[in-house]
Design a protein around this ligand. Sequence first.
Ligand SMILES: NC(=O)c1ccc[n+]([C@@H]2O[C@H](COP(=O)([O-])OP(=O)(O)OC[C@H]3O[C@@H](n4cnc5c(N)ncnc54)[C@H](OP(=O)(O)O)[C@@H]3O)[C@@H](O)[C@H]2O)c1
Length: 277
Amino acid sequence: MDNKKTWFVTGASKGLGLSLVKQLLAAGQSVAATSRNAAALAAAVGNDNSNFLPLEVDLSDDRSVASAIQSTVDKFGQIDVAVNNAGYGIGGSIEELSDAVTRTSFDINVFGTLNVIRHVLPFMRQKRSGHIINISSIAGITANTGWSVYAATKYAITGLTDVLAQDVKEFGIHVTLVAPGAFRTSFLTAESLVMTDTPIADYTAIRNSHAKYAGMDGEQAGDPEKAAATMIQLVNMPEPPVYLLLGSDAYQRGLNKMEQLTAAFKATESLTKSTDY
Ligand SMILES: NC(=O)c1ccc[n+]([C@@H]2O[C@H](COP(=O)([O-])OP(=O)(O)OC[C@H]3O[C@@H](n4cnc5c(N)ncnc54)[C@H](OP(=O)(O)O)[C@@H]3O)[C@@H](O)[C@H]2O)c1
């Protein structure tokens, strides 16, 4: 790695976040990482070196996030890279998911990310440098049946990241949307995934889709260690991309979606243009 940086990583007790934190510490970087349970995080990382700050944070609580970021700056003096990684899948049709579980998923997947960005930007803006990495998903570009609420949270991340990259460009701050395909983490396990507990029998396509995903657990093509290494590589690029798909499945699905959108837009070109004055 080029030089020593301070990283702030959310949702680090397992999966992609844990792989990233371990690799960063092994490379001598300073790392503040968040979890719902700081003791579980410290145990998972298994590292008591002074470069590591485990933080217990409720990402849905703006004050909890603000305090975690202030503690990071107090300890390390700055934050160079913020990785909004915490998130989870939620499965079911819209009518099978209550208002409460739907809002909670937005609290973590979307508002958690907004809270981190809101509190990290003043430090990055002052320094005129920094890199914000938002982990969306290929489901934030093209999603499958049965995952509408998850897709909504990840599309939100895609949209806010796209505009944020433009908003903070003049400050020398880089912003990247990372959109993974399927990676072999805890993502598809009952520990992480929230599934409807009020399935409606009519939705046969959704049940088939969920069964397919359940069968993928442990067989996903993506290696989280390689994803973590790629994120580190990304930060070392002089001109990092705004969009980075991870995994050959994400690459193919992303290109397919571009073709579908191009064909759909062209098919209705005259209708679309008919509304101009
Ligand atoms: N794996 C995939 O196939 C895949 C594909 C596309 C996108 N992603 C995205 O990649 C990111 C990392 O996921 P992963 O694959 O590493 O999954 P994971 O192994 O389940 O880890 C998810 C992390 O997010 C945090 N998290 C999960 N549920 C949470 C909740 N209800 N409240 C607060 N934090 C919560 C956890 O943090 P703590 O337990 O430490 O609090 C955990 O460390 C997520 O944003 C996910 O949407 C994953």
